[in-house]
Design a protein around this ligand. Structure first.
Ligand SMILES: [Zn+2]
Length: 244
């Protein structure tokens, strides 16, 4: 008898054969294959997602390697683009998964309902707000995440009924959040935050009926705080009918 490569995850009661079959039919869009995107895509590909589309436009650089999973010194020496390198590494990890790449900066027309889920793995807040806006307009579920310093955050947004990024952080407050290039990035917070996004994705893609949105996960991997914070739709959110 041939044992399934997914044997260990099939034994997770909440996933099982039904969940795995759902995952193998799923089609997801991952925007950005830097720190978060490397972890998200490698974990979903190894878990056996049906099809994954990766969007990026950068080259692999030496300063990426401390926190961006799967990339190698050879990728840097060969001057590979992130998509080319990532597609090769991911396909080597699981040849069953269909891996598509789109080499461009983010634009709104990338979001459409052929994807069950969009996963924001960018490190750029204006782009995050645009992804949030586009997923809201097109009613496509998405996962927001960010990490900087020793702190990471992730939140699943299923539909327009749920609190969105602008409910969580009004746009005018983003200057207070800090950006990773300025304050540095603990490599392990990237792994944890990426794994949180992948975990949210795995649950939604295997057992969508079990997902409860409106919860922000906040992790600090220096003080070792893990928090789950309830987030409500804000009356000031412009997407949710407020006028800021
Ligand atoms: Zn909102």
């Amino acid at each position: 008898m041939v044992t399934s490569r997914y044997d260990r995850q099939l034994k997770i009661e909440q996933i099982g054969e039904v969940g795995q079959a759902n995952l193998e039919k799923a089609n997801v869009l991952v925007i950005g294959v830097g720190g978060l995107g490397s972890y998200v895509s490698s974990e979903l590909v190894k878990a056996g997602v049906g099809s994954i589309t990766l969007v990026d436009f950068d080259q692999v650089e030496l300063t990426n390697l401390h926190r961006q999973n799967l990339y190698t010194e050879a990728d840097v020496e060969n001057g590979l683009g992130k998509l080319e390198a990532m597609q090769e590494h991911l396909q080597a990890a699981n040849s069953n998964v269909k891996i598509n790449t789109i080499e461009q900066k983010y634009s709104s027309e990338l979001i459409n309902d052929q994807y069950q889920l969009v996963i924001d793995c960018t490190d750029n807040f204006p782009v995050k707000y645009q992804i949030n806006h586009d997923c809201f307009e097109k009613n496509v579920p998405h996962i927001f995440a960010t990490c900087a310093g020793n702190q990471g955050q992730a939140m699943f947004i299923r539909s327009t009924d749920d609190a969105c990024l602008e409910c969580l952080y009004p746009k005018q407050d983003i200057a207070k959040l800090g950006l990773s290039a300025n304050i540095g990035t603990n490599p392990m917070i990237v792994a944890i935050t990426g794994s949180l996004e992948a975990s949210m994705a795995l649950k939604f893609l295997t057992r969508p009926e079990k997902v409860v949105p409106g919860k922000l996960m906040v992790v600090d991997n220096w003080n070792f705080d893990f928090r789950k914070i309830r987030v409500h739709v804000s009356s000031k959110c412009p997407l949710h009918g407020g006028n800021n």
